[in-house]
Ligand binder design. Sequence first.
Ligand SMILES: [Zn+2]
Length: 64
Amino acid sequence: MMGIPLMGKICVICECEKSVGIHLYMSFICEECEADILCTDTDNPKYTFFLEQLKKTTTPYLNK
Ligand SMILES: [Zn+2]
């Protein structure tokens, strides 16, 4: 359990490496995306995108 190359974590939404953010279930969301999600209306198509991104990471591997 060594040699983890990342300084931060990969945000599941923007897929960028960030050091500050929150953990949601198995996923990591950076603070920018978190703020973005919070101010996005659930009717907004962007919100669906956020959900899809989250779903990708919470889906078990065997369901690939
Ligand atoms: Zn992000």
